[in-house]
Each structure stands twice: as structure tokens, then as C-alpha cells.
Design a protein around this ligand. Structure first.
Ligand SMILES: Cc1cc2nc3c(=O)[nH]c(=O)nc-3n(C[C@H](O)[C@H](O)[C@H](O)COP(=O)(O)OP(=O)(O)OC[C@H]3O[C@@H](n4cnc5c(N)ncnc54)[C@H](O)[C@@H]3O)c2cc1C
Length: 264
């Protein structure tokens, strides 16, 4: 019979993981098709279930549910994150699904990835005797014998914040992806821009963004055509050898053009 264990705190969680090598860590199990024989959940562990507000960032425990984060409210979360959370599944699933689970799913990137990458989110991993920090954008896989403990989300409120889902609503398929565009302006010039895509693979290029920053506003049609060409080249390069359909690729490019047009 399959069993899901619980732990009172992180030390007990690591004790159980150490004593039973077959035990795997889970969140709300909403993304697991076939439950492992024995698992242990992040639910109910206080150190993994908290939202701490700092001046410039939010620290969110990996076992915090999507509903708990939404409860912070629209005005206290970066809008791309709020919209992404609200677009996931339905309220019943969001009451069980954790932010840690959304990030740790292997393979196809889920809905929160693009907003969290655009915001420059950092992850804190914990092992029985060590702590590691890593930018979400550089994450390849969860380091062996570590668990995801905290997610540090910078609180950014740029003038232009665009989040869009590509593919079906409220579900994940091979055709799902998310798109984020953030833009900030000052005295008729573009002072920050962030463009992120995540789904079959992750795309964000600071070098590309830096080459767009500094443009005078409003952007002309010629500016947009030139930027669009650069983005297309970089995206194409990142998409080489990746499983991405022409429809998803085209939707990413259309959304990029639409976002740039908000700066005219
Ligand atoms: C009907 C339905 C609709 C859905 N729609 C969406 C959608 O629109 N967008 C979307 O993104 N997802 C969607 N999902 C998938 C899922 O609900 C979410 O991605 C959710 O956030 C996963 O969280 P979880 O806690 O349930 O993860 P789990 O299923 O418990 O775990 C997922 C993976 O993460 C690992 N993991 C979990 N926590 C940790 C940790 N702290 N440290 C290390 N590894 C860990 C687990 O081992 C597992 O491999 C949907 C699911 C359903 C059933």
C-alpha cells in the first residue's frame, strides 16, 4: 500500500529521508501521475510553510500552497506572478499545490517559471548539513540530497508587466508555455526590460535585454522591427534541438511584438 508520511520539522524530514533511501519528497502531489510507494510531504512543516516579507523581496517556503500566496493580494505581489498563480488549475488544486512542486517538476517547465525567472528569483536548497543558493535561471536539476527550502522573489513593480499563457488554460500539456515582458521607462528612455519564456525550454538573455535597454521612447516601427529581428535570432538559437512547435514559436514572437508596441 502506498503511504505519504509527514514530518514536524526539517530535521525530522531529513532524518526520515536518511533512514529510508526509498522515500521521496513531495508537495501536494497534484503533479504526480503515479505516487511513489513511500513519500514524505512538505505540507505541515512550519519552516517550509511561510511567507516572509522583506523590503525588497518575499521569501516563500517551498511547501507554501499557491492559494496561500494568492491570499497576499493583487496589490502586494508583482502582477505577473499574481496572474500566473491565478491561471493555474482551479481553487481546489491550488489549495494543495505548492510553489516548490511547481518549480521542482522535471522536464517541461510549468506556469510559474517564466514570471519567477523574469523577476530574478533565487532558490535556497537545504541538505542535512549544508545550504546552497542558486538563481532559478541557472537551475539544471535539484542537487542530490538537497531539498528546495525557500524561494526568494524580488518585489518589482515595473510600468509595463505582461504575463500570457501559451497553450491550454488551467492545465499543462506539451504545448504549454508562459511568456513574460517587463519594461520600465524614465525620461523618454527605456531603463529596464526583461523578456522570459518557459515551457519546453527556458529563454531569457540578459545580453539581449542589455542591447535593447537605453532605446529612446516612443519606439518607432523601425526600432520595433530591428528589436524583433534580434529577439527572433536569439530565440531561434535557443530553440535549436528543442521540442517546440511552430505555433508556440509564432505565439512567442507575436507576444514579443505586442509587448514592444506598448512602448510606442
Ligand atoms: C487539473 C490540474 C490542472 C493543472 N494546471 C496547471 C497549470 O495550469 N499550471 C501549472 O504550472 N501546473 C498545473 N498543474 C500541475 C500542478 O498542480 C502544479 O504544477 C503544482 O504547483 C505542483 O505542486 P505540487 O506541490 O502538487 O507538486 P508535487 O506533485 O507534490 O511534486 C512535483 C515534483 O516536485 C518535487 N518536489 C516537490 N517539492 C519539493 C521540494 N521542496 N524539494 C525538492 N523537490 C520537491 C516532487 O518530488 C515532484 O517530483 C495542474 C494539475 C492538475 C491536476
Amino acid at each position: 500500500m502506498k503511504s505519504i508520511l509527514s514530518a514536524k520539522n526539517i530535521s525530522e524530514l531529513f532524518f526520515q529521508l536518511k533512514s529510508n533511501k526509498e522515500l521521496s519528497i513531495v508537495g501536494g502531489c497534484t503533479n504526480i501521475e503515479e505516487l511513489p510507494e513511500k513519500s514524505i510531504s512538505t505540507h505541515g512543516i512550519l519552516e517550509l510553510n511561510h511567507i516572509t516579507r522583506h523590503e525588497r523581496f518575499l521569501e516563500i517556503g517551498a511547501g507554501t500552497t499557491l492559494s496561500q500566496i494568492l491570499e497576499i493580494g493583487k496589490n502586494h505581489l508583482p502582477s505577473v506572478l499574481y496572474e500566473a498563480l491565478l491561471s493555474i488549475a482551479n481553487p481546489i488544486i491550488r489549495n494543495m499545490a505548492t510553489i516548490g512542486g511547481n518549480i521542482c517538476i522535471e522536464g517541461h517547465k510549468h506556469t510559474l517559471f517564466a514570471p519567477l525567472i523574469a523577476l530574478d528569483t533565487k532558490l535556497e536548497f537545504q541538505s542535512p548539513n549544508d545550504t546552497k543558493f542558486e538563481a532559478l535561471q541557472n537551475l539544471k536539476k535539484i542537487p542530490d540530497s538537497y531539498i528546495l527550502k525557500n524561494i526568494r522573489v524580488p518585489l518589482l513593480y515595473p510600468e509595463i508587466s505582461i504575463f500570457r499563457r501559451i497553450g491550454p488554460e488551467h492545465a499543462i500539456t506539451q504545448h504549454s508555455a508562459s511568456f513574460v515582458f517587463l519594461g520600465d521607462t524614465e525620461k523618454n528612455s527605456l531603463i529596464d526590460i526583461r523578456l522570459a519564456f518557459a515551457g519546453p525550454f527556458v529563454f531569457r538573455s540578459r545580453a539581449l535585454e542589455n542591447s535593447i535597454i537605453g532605446h529612446r521612447l516612443p519606439l518607432t516601427k523601425k526600432d520595433i522591427d530591428e528589436i524583433q529581428e534580434m529577439v527572433e535570432r536569439e530565440f531561434q538559437r535557443a530553440a535549436t534541438d528543442q521540442m517546440i512547435s511552430d505555433v508556440v514559436r509564432q505565439q512567442f514572437l507575436n507576444l514579443t511584438r505586442y509587448s514592444l508596441e506598448q512602448l510606442t
